[in-house]
Design a protein around this ligand. Structure first.
Ligand code: IDC
Length: 461
């Protein structure tokens, strides 16, 4: 009750008492709306909208949100059929939430763009009746970090995509920060209890990406053996409270359809085996290249149903054109995906960058695309796209600042001691047992660890 009064009070300051306490609002029938800006970025925002029916039960409803001016644009909504007419944004209930008993609520949300001032709705109606409740358009206070000892998986539980974000069990956006293995066919000695303890505890990582090459002496040479190695790395991440991203690391050839049957076999097996776990994310094609978005989508539309049949609620990440550059490295951009997305929900799209090679025009694409597509940087390097060359500290920092601001998750290439500057450990480290001291880190490892190990601020309610 206290909370509701507080919400009403906040609403009153936004709206003015006369609007808020009109005759319908004071009556015993009506509705309540809790409206929260869950995140915002340059020119865009995501809003959570909880509608509570305070009147008689309804078997169908339309919520209308009055925005301050027509500069506010609905981009994408969920859990309702969304539309916009002039400055009014409407949401109509879907089959599964169109019936609302007295006191029942529907949780919706949308992303919007705006020019000028940050939008604050001026009124809500449900089936024509004015709603009371929170009408505040300011961001919620930052939640405290989870109690110490809480692991990333304990804090966030089963993840899902909401709007353009990866969201946790409280339906709040989260950014996962972690490391990618090198090819597990070459560097399996780097993934053991000591190294994964260091990743979870010293690096404070949320995520281990398991890079299972398909070619180059990878999966195709021993499907059963690689499947079992991936599964044991999933278990080792789970034991430490980290998420595991299973990366079907296609690279050469670049057309993922070359590996379509292998992908179906592999994913039906790992999805069935790991379906009860909360810590698994599936990445179905590392870096499509020399191939159209239509061909990649064709692949995704065949592999995703195989995963969903075995593990219906897991997030799936789809690689993008031009080495997962959202098409930019092929002279295209994200619009080909926006206009022709894969035929599935709970899906994100991969973006990769190598900081010394990919700079402002790639960052501009990510800034723009982030308000339209759920993105995950499943692989990036602080060096050049060869995986070697000098580390580019300025560009890496610009990238990671941008990803932090947009709440986009990332995994760095690589948590290994490969003899190349992208590796986090100096050559020979994986022959020993020390993965924690600063002396074993490369220049890249030092920088990336300093970024990943800062405390997480996962929303806890
Ligand atoms: C590189 C490795 C290198 C290996 C090469 C070929 O760092 O040791 O010889 O692959 O397998 C990617 C790929 C990733 C590359 C990495 C660096 O996803 O497999 O790893 N890179 O070139 N995309 C852009 C860069």
């Amino acid at each position: 009750m206290k909370r509701m009064l507080a919400l009403l009070a906040t609403g009153a300051t936004v709206l003015g008492l006369t609007t808020l306490l009109g005759p319908q609002a004071a009556a015993a029938t009506g509705c309540k709306v809790d409206y929260t800006i869950t995140s915002q970025w340059q020119g865009g925002y995501q809003a959570g909208v909880k509608v509570t029916n305070l009147g008689n039960p309804v078997s169908g409803w339309t919520l209308k949100i009055t925005m301050p001016d027509v500069g506010q644009k609905l981009v994408q909504g969920w859990n309702a059929t969304w539309s916009q007419s002039g400055s009014t944004v409407s949401a109509a209930g879907l089959d599964w939430n169109r019936t609302l008993a007295t006191g029942a609520a529907a949780d919706l949300g949308f992303t919007g763009s705006f020019t000028g001032a940050n939008p604050k709705p001026t009124a809500f109606t449900l089936n024509g009746v004015t709603c009371t409740g929170s009408l505040d358009g300011t961001p919620p206070p930052t939640d405290p970090p989870p109690a110490s000892g809480g692991t990333p998986v304990e804090a966030n539980g089963q993840l899902h995509v909401c709007g353009v974000h990866l969201c946790n069990q409280y339906d709040r956006p989260v950014q996962l920060r972690g490391m990618s293995t090198h090819g597990i066919q070459w560097f399996s000695k780097c993934y053991n209890n000591a190294s994964l303890d260091a990743l979870a505890k010293d690096w404070n990582a949320d995520l281990l990406r398991v890079a299972m090459y398909v070619q180059e002496s990878g999966y195709e040479t021993d499907p059963a053996g690689f499947t079992s190695r991936v599964n044991s790395l999933v278990d080792m991440a789970e034991a430490r409270g980290m998420y595991a991203m299973i990366d079907f690391h296609t690279l050469t050839p670049g057309d993922p359809n070359f590996n379509l049957e292998r992908a179906k076999t592999f994913f039906s097996s790992v999805a069935a085996r790991n379906s009860a776990k909360k810590n698994v994310i599936y990445e179905i094609a590392n870096e499509p290249n020399g191939v159209s978005w239509a061909a990649i989508k064709n692949y995704a539309d065949q592999v995703i149903p195989v995963i969903r049949a075995a593990d219906p609620d897991a997030v799936v990440v789809v690689g993008t054109r031009g080495w997962s550059s959202l098409g930019v490295s092929d002279g295209s951009n994200e619009s080909e995906i926006v206009s022709n997305p894969v035929n599935a929900t709970n899906v994100m799209y991969a973006f990769h960058f190598y900081a010394a090679s990919h700079k402002d025009n790639y960052r501009a694409t990510v800034s723009r695309a982030a308000s339209r597509l759920p993105l995950f940087v499943t692989e990036f390097g602080s060096v050049s796209a060869t995986g070697g060359g000098a580390m580019d500290r300025t560009s890496t920092t610009a990238w990671l600042d941008l990803l932090d601001q947009l709440q986009i998750g990332y995994a760095n290439w690589t948590y290994s001691d490969a003899n190349e500057s992208s590796a986090a450990f100096k050559p020979g480290t994986c022959n020993g047992t020390d993965y924690s001291s600063s002396g074993v880190l490369t220049e890249s490892g030092t920088l990336i660890k300093s970024r990943i190990s800062t405390p997480d601020t996962f929303p806890t309610s």
